[in-house]
Design a protein around this ligand. Structure first.
Ligand code: ZN
Length: 487
């Protein structure tokens, strides 16, 4: 009984112990689970860089990575990194958004987090500048583009979208790709700073004597490379060369870009010095012949030569067939003066410009025949004419203009009467001798286009020779027998 009891008791104790262990273990497990639940154990991920990143198109992608640790409310973070598995692909050859998933296991559970990767074009285009060896742009021609190209790793050839900006010292090239990446290239062009200089002969203020035509004292322009740009200078500002006053002339060069360089000059037109009259020695007759040369001029020159007498011819351009006689008369010691190219009162007295145009024409004819410019002239109709009264005051104005330019006009104090009063040679002879007799010096008016007047000359010359008169040519400072201006 005792044995049995004993054996039974042993088995009972064992069974009880086993039960106790099981219950104890169950309780401990429950407690542990409860503890875990209360601690809310999980996995915490730490992402290197942010959850959303951008990767460069065309470049290898390197995942910045992520690490994981276990974490609990009370127990804190574990010190050991948990293994992390990465799933998902990033294709940097295709623009778009990609997802990477990071997974870690802990206590049979798996935890994960994701990262968004944008594959984008981050590389700006490349601009290539071409250079032509030996090319030297100038300020004047401007910069002529030597060429450029632009390529983008994603958009390809962007040459056509390059914008160029020209500045004084550089050219800038700008282009953006479709993703907005901008590229800038700069080409320095220091030569464009080399603006030319304009040099004015005689300086920026000149004083010129009044004259028929304005002649600029001269100018030149060179750029920094020494190119002669003189031919490109444009001048503006009118100088009325025959009218004393102060004028401004502007000299300008404009380059291909519309940029200009200019300088100013003040031109002061001053009157010619007043002519001082010098009275001739002895008794002098100044024979003057208007309106030629013509058919009788050669005969007249022969007669004058025979007596070694000198005269003055106020010539026209009316009959060019005889123009060479102007040269002959000059070479034979006679004086030549301007009368008129056309002798048409209504055109030459229409304006100052009209008179001067006519005057210039005659002056040039004389120069061609004689090789010399004359300062002598006679107004058609004389300075006292009233035929010009259709243009009030024109004679006063012309007188001043002509004297300002240093010309001397000559009237007469003895009229031969050959201009309508008579057509008889004897009357012409009498008029001249009557007018000259008893006077120290006189200016006689005749017309060498009148046969009967030319025929009177020999008698006048022989009378003069017998009576102590010398026949001299007028000079610019000879007595001028000025009439009173009537208009
Ligand atoms: Zn005349």
């Amino acid at each position: 009984m005792g044995k049995i009891w004993g054996k039974e008791n042993k088995e009972k104790r064992l069974r009880f112990l086993r039960l106790f262990v099981v219950i104890f273990a169950a309780c401990a497990a429950l407690l542990a689970l409860a503890a875990l639940a209360v601690d809310s154990r999980h996995v915490r991920f730490y992402m290197l860089e942010s959850e959303e990143i951008t990767a460069a198109y065309g470049k290898p992608f390197v995942d910045p990575g992520c690490y994981a640790v276990r974490a609990g409310r009370f127990s804190g973070e574990g010190e050991e990194e948990l293994p992390v598995e990465v799933t998902g692909q990033v294709d940097t050859d295709t623009l778009g958004d990609y997802e990477l998933r990071y997974t870690a296991r802990y206590h049979l559970r798996s935890y994960s987090t994701t990262r968004l990767v944008h594959v984008a074009d981050l590389t700006p285009p490349e601009i290539l500048l071409e250079h032509t060896e030996g090319y030297e742009p100038t300020w004047f021609t401007g910069y002529e583009e030597e060429g450029y190209s632009a390529v983008d790793d994603y958009d390809g050839d962007l040459t056509g979208r390059v914008e160029t900006f020209y500045y004084e010292d550089r050219v800038e090239y700008r282009v953006s790709d479709a993703a907005g990446n901008e590229a800038v290239a700069v080409r320095p062009i220091e030569y464009s700073l080399g603006r030319p200089e304009i040099y004015l002969n005689g300086g920026d203020t000149v004083e010129l004597t009044a004259r028929l035509d304005y002649q600029d004292p001269g100018y030149s322009a060179y750029d920094i490379q020494g190119n002669d740009l003189t031919g490109y200078i444009q001048t503006s500002g009118d100088v009325v060369s025959y009218r004393p006053g102060s004028y401004e002339v502007v000299y300008t060069i404009t380059n291909a870009l519309g940029d200009t360089v200019s300088v100013k000059r003040t031109v002061n037109i001053v009157p010619a010095p007043e002519i001082e009259i010098v009275k001739p020695e002895g008794n002098v007759i100044y024979l003057t012949f208007d309106d030629g040369p013509g058919p009788y001029t050669a005969r007249l020159l022969n007669v004058l030569a025979k007596y070694n007498a000198k005269a003055t011819f106020f010539v026209t351009c009316i009959d060019p067939d005889y123009a060479d006689l102007v040269g002959r008369a000059y070479r034979e010691g006679h004086s030549i003066g301007v009368h008129s190219a056309t002798h048409n009162y209504y055109s030459i007295y229409a304006s100052e410009e009209a008179f001067l145009d006519d005057f210039r024409q005659t002056e040039e004819m004389i120069y061609q025949q004689t090789g010399s410019y004359t300062r002598l002239f006679r107004f058609p109709g004389g300075s006292s004419n009233t035929v010009s009264s259709f243009n009030p005051g024109i004679m006063s104005r012309l007188r001043q203009i002509m004297l300002d330019m240093g010309y001397q006009y000559f009237d007469w104090d003895v009229s031969s009467g050959d201009a309508g009063e008579t057509t008889k040679t004897t009357a012409v002879v009498d008029n001249i001798i009557g007018g000259c007799a008893g006077r120290r010096n006189t200016i006689v008016l005749q017309h060498d286009i009148k046969d009967f007047s030319v025929a009177a000359v020999e008698k006048v010359l022989s009378w003069g020779a017998r009576n102590g008169y010398t026949f001299l040519p007028l000079e610019v400072n000879s007595p001028a027998a000025h009439h009173g201006i009537a208009n």
